[in-house]
Design a protein around this ligand. Structure first.
Ligand code: GTR
Length: 366
C-alpha cells in the first residue's frame, strides 16, 4: 500500500491560485521582498520578531563544552556489524555552574567516505525508538545522532533542572517558576541549543560529513527542529514532521490546536510574549510561514499526516506554500533539484518509516 498521498516540491498554477486565495482570505501577511537582497535585508528583523514573540531570545553558547565518550562496552558490534553505536556525554559550563546530557550516535561501519547525518530530537533515549528506524537509516547511508529532550531539560514548567540553571538563576524566575523576562527562551529554545551542541561534536567525527547535517523532529520536537534550524545556519536541512501549531502551521485560520490552546497547556515551550497572541492571531506581526522562510535557501522538508487534524495538514502545506515565495527568490542554476518538499501521508500523528523514506530519498539527491 502506498501511504504517501501527496509528495511535491511545487504547485500547479491551479493549486497555487487556490492556495493564494486561502492566504488572502486569512489575511496572511507575506514578506514584501522582490529579490534576495531585499529579503536578506528583512531577515534580521523577522528573526528578532520570532525571538521576541514566540520562542524567546537565542541562548548564548555555554562558556565551555566538554564531550566525553561514555560508550558502554556492551554496545560492541551493532546491527550485525553494520553500524557503530556510541554514547557521548555533553558537559556544558556557564556562570560557574555545569550541566550534562547524553546523546547516542549510530554510524555506518564501512562507509567509503564521510556520511550525512540526522540530528534527531527524540522523546526517548538511545538509538532505538519508535520514531527512529535506525537500521533503515544506516542501510540508506546516513548516520544518526539523537538526544532525548527531557535529558536536556524537563518537558514541563520546571526551569531548575538540566541546562536551564545555566541560563536562569533563582532571581530570573517568577513565582510561577518560568523565566520572568517576557522574551526569555522557553524549553524549545533550550532543546534547540542542545541540537547545536550535538552538531559541534559531529564536526569532530571523521566518519561524518557535518556539512550535511539534517535536524529532524516530530511534533513538539518538530517545532524545535525548525527553531534549531533557523538559529543555527550550519544545519544543511531542516525537517518538520507533524509540527503543527507553533511549528510549521500557519496560525491564522488554523484548525485544531491554536495559540490559545497551546499556550494554556504548554506555556513553557515558548516565551511569555507568545501568550499575547492567544485568540489574537490576526494581530501577530508574524506567522509561521515566515519561520519556514528564515530557513531559505537551505533544504526544508515538511511532513503532514492526513488524520492529524490537531496539527492541521492544510495549515502546514499552506505555510510551506507561502514560504516557497521566498525560496523562489533563490532559484539557482541547479533549480532541477528542489530546495523544499512537502508530503502528506495517510494515517495519524506519528513519525513513521514512510515519512523517513520520503526525507531520505529527498536528501540523497543533494
Ligand atoms: C500535543 C500538542 C502539540 C504537539 C504534540 C506532541 O499535545 O498539543 O502541539 O506538540 O503534543 O508533541 O506530541
Amino acid at each position: 500500500m502506498n501511504f504517501i498521498l501527496k509528495s511535491l516540491s511545487g504547485w500547479s498554477a491551479e493549486e497555487a491560485a487556490a492556495l493564494d486565495t486561502l492566504l488572502d482570505n486569512r489575511h496572511v501577511p507575506l514578506p514584501q521582498a522582490a529579490s534576495v537582497s531585499e529579503w536578506e535585508a528583512l531577515r534580521p528583523s523577522l528573526l528578532e520578531t520570532f525571538e521576541t514573540n514566540v520562542y524567546g531570545r537565542k541562548l548564548p553558547r555555554p562558556d565551555e563544552v566538554i564531550f566525553t565518550d561514555i560508550t558502554p562496552r556492551m554496545y560492541g558490534a551493532f546491527m550485525a556489524g553494520h553500524a557503530v553505536r556510541r554514547r557521548v556525554e555533553v558537559k556544558a559550563k556557564r556562570n560557574g555552574l555545569e550541566a550534562s546530557f547524553p546523546f547516542e550516535l549510530a554510524i555506518p561501519a564501512n562507509a567509503d567516505a564521510p556520511v550525512p547525518v540526522f540530528v534527531c530530537l527524540n522523546f526517548d533515549p538511545g538509538v532505538l525508538n519508535a520514531y527512529q528506524p535506525t537500521e533503515e537509516i544506516i542501510d540508506n547511508g546516513f548516520a544518526t545522532a539523537g538526544f532525548c529532550a527531557p535529558d536536556v531539560v524537563s518537558d514541563d514548567g520546571d526551569f531548575t533542572n538540566g541546562l536551564a540553571p545555566l541560563y536562569y538563576g533563582p532571581d530570573d524566575l517568577a513565582e510561577d517558576g518560568y523565566p520572568k523576562a517576557a522574551d526569555a527562551a522557553g524549553k524549545i529554545g533550550l532543546w534547540a541549543l542542545a541540537a547545536s551542541l550535538v552538531l559541534d561534536y559531529l564536526e569532530t567525527v571523521p566518519q561524518i560529513d557535518a556539512s550535511k547535517a539534517a535536524v529532524i523532529g516530530h511534533s513538539r520536537m518538530g517545532k524545535t527542529a525548525l527553531w534549531a534550524g533557523v538559529l543555527d545556519p550550519r544545519f544543511f536541512a531542516v525537517i518538520s514532521n507533524d509540527s503543527g501549531c507553533g511549528g510549521a502551521s500557519i496560525s491564522r485560520g488554523k484548525r485544531g490546536e491554536t495559540i490559545g490552546k497551546i499556550t494554556t497547556r504548554f506555556p513553557y515551550w515558548f516565551c511569555r510574549n507568545y501568550q499575547r497572541f492567544a485568540d489574537h492571531e490576526s494581530e501577530a506581526p508574524f506567522d509561521q510561514h515566515m519561520l519556514l522562510a528564515l530557513i531559505a535557501p537551505r533544504l526544508l522538508l515538511v511532513g503532514s499526516a492526513e488524520r492529524d487534524l490537531w496539527a492541521d495538514p492544510e495549515a502546514e502545506e499552506l505555510s510551506l506554500y507561502a514560504a516557497s515565495k521566498v525560496y523562489a527568490l533563490y532559484r539557482r542554476a541547479d533549480a532541477d533539484r528542489p530546495l523544499f518538499h512537502y508530503h502528506l501521508r495517510h494515517g495519524d500523528h506519528y513519525l513513521s518509516r514512510h515519512d523517513w523514506h520520503v526525507y531520505m530519498d529527498f536528501l540523497k539527491d543533494h
